[in-house]
Ligand binder design. Structure first.
Ligand code: AMP
Ligand code: FE
Ligand code: FE
Ligand code: ZN
Length: 286
């Protein structure tokens, strides 16, 4: 049984449509795949229809952009009711922040002498609900300014680079509560990942568990063997679920092939039962 709990489609910054992603997951021998686009459930219906057709289990998810002590933390949310009003309000605020920063990024690139327009980015995003830096990167590739997304981040869009622009992210604890309130379970994505993220330590994760956190993503390409060992030990101490995932983005992210990391069946079982019983400290007060 092969389980991959973190992937992105064109609903956010992946390069496969949701249906293509599900077919690719089945073709690469996965039995269960979660679709976890950034800040949106927009791809779920299409992915579910394709999963039914090809006979693979789809776990509905999303990766919520959150902020903890001034640093970005990505929170994976599974099985949420995507119509739950407090969650919807938070997601709308994040999506608005994503859209609102595009003109500023364009202005900064223009100031560097790069002729790129909002229309170029809109074309690259091709209807994605969650627009992001990868779409700006794709527009730069199309214009021949850079060879690929990685180069666009390295030169212009990454943290501290000239066209980097901050955006709104949800307070981490509030996001964990909103996910629990929406009937879902939450898992901190690549907690010690690269890319300007924070490095939440055991005490932080313990506090998050108190407000409803269910697990941490241990097996991820951003974590080396030592990180994984330490995170596994923390998960054991705190009785948190351990997940492993690819963070697949199609051809948008190198070295993140479907199934390159996987989640043990027993850990997925723990995730789904936490949702069913509302255990793991989840307070469904909303
Ligand atoms: P944003 O959501 O707009 O803040 O952009 C962050 C996204 O950019 C992440 O979710 C990654 O998928 C992607 N990303 C970050 N760094 C790189 C990179 N070096 N190459 C390709 N994609 C990247
Ligand atoms: Fe992404
Ligand atoms: Fe992430
Ligand atoms: Zn991701």
């Amino acid at each position: 049984m092969r389980i991959d709990l973190h992937t992105h489609s064109r609903a956010s910054d992946g390069t496969d449509t949701p249906a293509e992603l599900v077919r690719a997951a089945a073709a690469s021998g996965l039995d269960v795949v979660a679709l976890t686009d950034h800040d949106t459930a927009d791809g779920w219906a299409e992915a579910q229809a394709e999963a039914d057709r090809v006979g693979i289990e789809l776990v509905p998810g999303m990766e919520i952009s959150t902020n903890h002590r001034g640093r970005g933390v990505h929170l994976l949310a599974y099985y949420v009711d995507p119509t739950h009003p407090p969650l919807v309000a938070e997601l709308e605020r994040i999506l608005h922040g994503r859209a609102a920063r595009v003109p500023t990024m364009i202005a900064r690139l223009n100031a560097l002498g790069i002729a790129i327009t909002e229309d170029d980015v809109r074309r690259a995003a091709a209807g994605a609900v969650a627009s992001g830096r990868p779409h700006v990167a794709d527009a730069l590739v199309t214009k021949g300014v850079v060879p690929d997304r990685t180069a666009a981040f390295d030169r212009y869009l990454g943290w501290g680079k000239p066209a980097h622009v901050d955006r709104y992210a949800a307070p981490l604890e509030a996001a964990v509560r909103a996910v629990a309130g929406a009937g879902g379970v939450s898992v901190v994505a690549h907690p010690w990942g690269r890319g300007g993220y924070g490095r939440p330590e055991e005490a932080t994760l313990a506090a998050l568990k108190e407000v409803g956190l269910t697990g941490i993503e241990v097996d991820h390409q951003d974590h080396d063997a030592a990180d994984r060992d330490e995170l596994r030990a923390i998960a054991r101490n705190l009785d948190l679920v351990v997940t492993g995932s690819s963070d697949y983005h199609g051809y948008g992210k190198q070295d993140h092939d479907l199934g390159c990391n996987t989640t043990a069946p027993a850990e997925l079982e723990r995730l789904t039962s936490a949702r069913a019983t509302g255990t793991s400290g989840a307070r469904r007060s909303e």
